[in-house]
Design a protein around this ligand. Structure first.
Ligand code: CUA
Length: 347
């Protein structure tokens, strides 16, 4: 016969709390939780009317669910305590069916569901309606593992950072160049799948300026987690200035400089995948580099856009983003420095 385990004594429990393992676990969890602040993707601070609609709905359903939880669990706990078996109790009276209870537990859930149903249906229709005609139209194309943004009426194409003016509706037409991704900037709008061969729509009107982190929200390969983006809401004047800058062709570096040598190398080694406005490079496999230096991050939001990071990225893309389609070019250190010198001046 095996011995049945005894419940832990108070002393045992105390000594478990003193174990370094427990504290290490607590410290690890706290450390990981603190990491959430570094890239705050927060659905609870809505910055557009779309995100506000979702937030209102979420909170309503949360309160409705909390009400159901308290009522049901309260009744359960009350019944379990009041009617618990005591030594010598006879078998209680056996009953079947109770008209009033049956009516109550049919009507009450119906009311709760009604409270949730009406605003949910409203929110579905609101968020599926066509965007206003005067909205700013952007085509979103998901790629493994980066985002392409094409401003349809402005002739601007960029990557991984989607800029928009405050107060004007931004209307997105979303599709994918390869597999299914999902476009999600939590503070601005709900998730929308980005599917090859079809176009999904999403629109919102930002109501606060700022930079709002986003992320691909559909497992799409090795570097799904490294497929980030940023929504940047600006004043109309700032946005207009950005558009003017983006429409210009690429800066031409002064002759006989490192940057000029870099420009030649880029035309030889990068032009089969990337476009650089005003040059022969016009491919669209990878991000448009015409104004690469004007973006705050590189590698789909994974690294800050600094010359050091650019060099790290170009020297071995897969080391930073496993599964990235960009190959290791095998450039020498001098060549790398020249390419970085060129790309860093593409404002
Ligand atoms: Cu793209 Cu996950």
């Amino acid at each position: 016969m095996t011995q049945s385990p005894h419940p832990a004594s108070t002393q045992q429990r105390r000594s478990r709390l003193r174990s370094p393992f427990v504290w290490l676990l607590i410290a690890t969890v706290a450390f990981i939780a603190a990491g959430c602040n570094a890239y705050p993707q927060n659905i609870f601070e809505p910055k557009s009317e779309f995100a506000q609609t979702l937030d209102d709905l979420f909170k309503l359903i949360l309160w409705a669910a909390a009400f159901v939880f308290v009522v049901v669990e309260g009744a359960l706990v009350y019944a379990a305590i009041k009617h618990r078996a005591r030594p010598g109790d006879p078998l209680p009276k056996q009953v079947h069916g109770n008209k009033y209870l049956e009516i109550a537990w049919t009507v009450l859930p119906a009311i709760v569901l009604g409270v949730i149903l009406v605003p949910s249906t409203q929110a579905i229709f609101e968020t599926q309606a066509p965007a206003p005609a005067d909205s700013l139209k952007v085509r979103v194309i998901g790629h493994q593992f980066w985002w392409e943004f094409e401003y349809l009426d402005l002739g601007v194409r960029t990557a991984n950072e989607i800029r928009m003016p405050i107060g004007r509706t931004l209307s997105l037409e979303e599709t994918s160049a390869d597999v299914i991704h999902s476009f999600w900037i939590p503070a601005l709008g709900g998730k929308r799948d980005v599917v090859p061969g079809r176009t999904n729509f999403l629109w919102w009107t930002p109501r606060e300026t700022g930079t709002f982190p986003g992320q691909c929200a559909e497992l799409c390969g090795y570097s799904h987690a490294n497929m980030r983006m940023r929504g940047i809401v600006q004043t109309q004047a700032e946005f207009d200035a950005w558009v003017e800058q983006q429409k210009a062709p690429a800066q031409v570096p002064p002759p006989n400089t490192d940057a000029a040598k870099g420009a030649e190398l880029v035309q030889q080694r990068c032009a089969s995948c990337h476009a650089i406005g005003g040059t022969a490079a016009q491919a669209r496999v990878g991000p448009d580099l015409t104004h690469l230096a004007s973006r705050t991050t590189i590698a789909a939001g994974v690294l800050d856009n600094t010359p050091e990071n650019l060099k790290r990225w170009i020297s071995d893309p897969s080391a930073i983003k496993p599964g990235a389609l960009m190959p290791k070019l095998g450039l020498t250190d001098d060549e790398l420095n020249q390419v970085v010198a060129y790309l860093s001046q593409l404002q």
